[in-house]
Design a protein around this ligand. Structure first.
Ligand SMILES: *Cc1c(COP(=O)(O)O)cnc(C)c1O
Length: 386
């Protein structure tokens, strides 16, 4: 089986983890702050908070931005459910902005129209979650201009795009957002097994997220309501969670981070080979914006169904039968039963549905070989021509 994504673990990663296992701290030691500092420095953000998943990072990001009951969060329907669920965790309601048919990211023109309408009806969102699907950055400059105009906060869900660049700068520097989120799940660009991170340039947001990831407890005298009772003392000043990352995970992350640029550039080499091999087939290859450098977490093709005699599902099944671990990113969030119960209909977001009926994620990971890419494309050719 050739999977759609796979981590790359080398001896130096294993050595880094063993070293932590033999040290004094398995959690709450020096590795987590070192990893945070290294990522913040790499991408050019002021503050970084490591947590146990990107889902947790999205949750505390929404809370730090003040999202709560009566508020609204908007995101794209073509994303992993976590980009939307974070709004529901906070008691807010969730709505979606349809995708751009070329980039598959949130459509800026649909966003503009929806904001105008929402402003007229006093239903503006408090938070917008912009997802860089497949690693391809959203049009952040235009999105930020609209968000500023309507007083909306922005979270970048950059789970697919650490190491990618927008207008020559690393994604994660929060130039166009309040908070950026990374995921370190094994299929993503670098891994800590499970893990995530929230980045921001705001001291206030960083301190708030720092409290929320660890029970809402502070040991900082300045944040206490009265003089410390003694050296054992701490105060719970907010309702937080245990969303901490372990030292083992952070050591793995630090070791993987060394190879971030190498991984993303390898993904670009693989994409170039796919682009060429797919040249004469009835499929659309991934969009590449001229002012951005995708993280290329995923390589998604779209079938030209009018030129193919088999259904999307038949093509998909034929590839799976041949041991190609193709996947589909994603089932539009608003079509899941949990969201249907909230009143969404499938055709509320037609571009997302059109995408869903044509998209296939081909295998894409640093150790994928050229030979394997040929196997994938030969299987695809056979599937399309039957
Ligand atoms: C993977 C992913 C998440 C969730 O990441 P976890 O670290 O698994 O919690 C959120 N959003 C997107 C777009 C993702 O791909």
């Amino acid at each position: 089986m050739i999977p759609y994504g796979k981590q790359d673990i080398r001896q130096e990663d294993i050595d880094a983890i063993i070293e932590v296992l033999q040290s004094d701290f398995l959690t709450q030691g020096p590795q987590v702050p070192a990893f945070e500092q290294a990522v913040a420095q790499k991408v050019g953000a002021e503050y970084a908070l490591a947590v146990n998943s990107a889902t947790s990072a999205l949750h505390i990001a929404c809370l730090a931005l003040g999202l709560g009951q009566g508020d609204i969060l908007w995101t794209t329907p073509v994303t992993f459910v976590a980009s939307a669920n974070c709004g529901l965790y906070c008691g807010a309601s969730v709505d979606f902005v349809d995708i751009d048919p070329n980039t598959y990211n949130m459509s800026v023109s649909a966003l503009k129209t929806k904001l105008e309408h929402a402003a007229a009806h006093h239903r503006l969102p408090k938070v917008l979650v912009a997802v860089h699907l497949c690693g391809q950055p959203c049009e952040m400059s235009r999105i930020k201009a609209l968000a500023d105009q309507y007083g909306v906060k922005i979270i970048e869900d950059a789970s697919h795009s650490i190491g990618g660049k927008y207008r020559g700068e690393y994604i994660g520097n929060c130039r166009y957002s309040d908070i950026t989120i990374f995921s370190f799940h094994p299929v993503k660009i670098i891994t800590t097994a499970e893990g995530g991170m929230a980045l921001t340039n705001s001291k206030v947001l960083a301190e708030k997220m720092n409290l929320l990831r660890s029970h809402g407890i502070t040991r900082d005298q300045d944040k206490m309501t009265h003089e410390s009772d003694g050296p054992w003392y701490y105060q719970q000043v907010d309702l937080g969670f245990n969303y901490r990352m372990t030292e083992l995970q952070a050591a793995l992350g630090l070791s993987q981070l060394e190879r971030l640029d190498e991984y993303v550039s390898k993904r670009h080499e693989l994409a170039k080979i796919y682009d060429e091999l797919l040249n004469s087939l009835p499929v659309t290859i991934p969009f590449q914006h001229s002012d951005s450098y995708s993280g290329l977490h995923l390589y998604v093709i779209r079938l030209h169904r009018e030129q193919i005699n088999r259904s999307h599902q038949e093509v998909f099944e034929s590839l799976r039968e041949k041991g190609i671990g193709v996947n589909l990113h994603y089932i539009p969030v608003h079509t899941h039963p949990y969201y249907q119960h909230m009143g969404f209909a499938a055709d509320d977001f037609p571009n997302a549905m059109a995408y869903y009926h044509e998209a296939i994620s081909l295998p894409m990971y640093p150790n994928l070989t050229k030979e394997e890419q040929h196997i994938v494309i030969d299987a695809l050719k056979a599937a399309l021509s039957a």
